[in-house]
Design a protein around this ligand. Structure first.
Ligand code: 13P
Length: 252
């Protein structure tokens, strides 16, 4: 059975002290009231080595928001998948629309990152999703197909089965606009059908596909109630324990 997951993406928020405090507060809240789903927090690189020991690994998994597309060497300012894994982090977000748009990450670059993450034992949380104009043109399925094909179709079924997907319509990220539960279910079902076609029905059935984009305690339950929506990737609402826990509690 595939896992239900609520993952936070802190983006470029919280200094080190604030990040440790947030992780500890979340850990205390979830220790007192255990979640019914997997919980992951993805933090800036510099937080990882401090956040990993600050949380109970049986309740909260920790991940990075990115990693390099190279193994090691003269790449000033980059952080490798091996370095991320050496902190005890278990996950890495790859292909976030902000990385694609602002840092020009192409499907080919993301393919390298995915392979390096897997080679270092990290679980990629791979993001896909269309921009507003693409949704308006009705080509969202083609867009997500191309994103999947461009970075993940070279993987073996065994490697693909280690990946978590996150569908994040770019028009819903940080805008307060959310995909309706029907829109989310429709495209999640399509994504699962693409996986089934390429990697087989069993792999598709076992792949967690998260929804991301203005997810909040007030809309999480109806989004997650859809059969093909297996949780959420949460931006803004992951920065406050009360909001993030409210979303986690949608699985209760
Ligand atoms: P918001 O929840 O702030 O819309 O961000 C979603 C997101 O981009 C998570 O990766």
């Amino acid at each position: 059975m595939r896992k239900n997951i609520v993952a936070g993406n802190w983006k470029m928020n919280k200094n080190l002290q604030e990040g440790i405090a947030l992780a500890k507060d979340l850990n205390a809240a979830l220790t007192a009231d255990k979640p019914n789903c997997d919980v992951i927090i993805c933090t800036p690189f510099i937080h990882l080595a401090s956040v990993v020991p600050a949380v109970d690994a049986s309740i909260i998994g920790v991940g990075a928001e990115n990693c390099a597309d190279k193994v090691s060497g003269a790449y000033t300012g980059e952080v490798s998948a091996e370095m991320v894994a050496s902190t005890g982090a278990k996950y890495v977000i790859l292909g976030h629309s902000e990385r694609r748009a602002y840092y020009h990450e192409t499907p080919e670059i993301l393919k390298e990152k995915v392979q390096l993450a897997l080679a270092n034992g990290l679980t990629p949380i791979f993001c896909i999703g269309e921009v507003l104009e693409e949704r308006q043109q009705g080509i969202q399925n083609q867009v997500v197909f191309d994103q999947l094909a461009g970075s993940l179709f070279d993987l073996s079924a065994e490697d693909f089965s280690k990946i978590v997907l996150a569908y994040e319509p770019v028009w819903a990220i940080g805008t307060g606009l959310t995909a309706t539960p029907e829109q989310a279910e429709e495209i999640h079902a399509y994504i699962r059908s693409v996986i089934a076609e390429k990697f087989g029905a069993e792999v598709a059935e076992n792949t967690s596909i998260l929804y991301g984009g203005s997810c909040k305690p007030s809309n999480a339950k109806e989004l997650f109630a859809n059969p093909n929506v297996d949780g959420g990737l949460i931006g803004g609402a992951a920065l406050k324990v009360e909001d993030f826990k409210g979303i986690i509690d949608a699985f209760k």
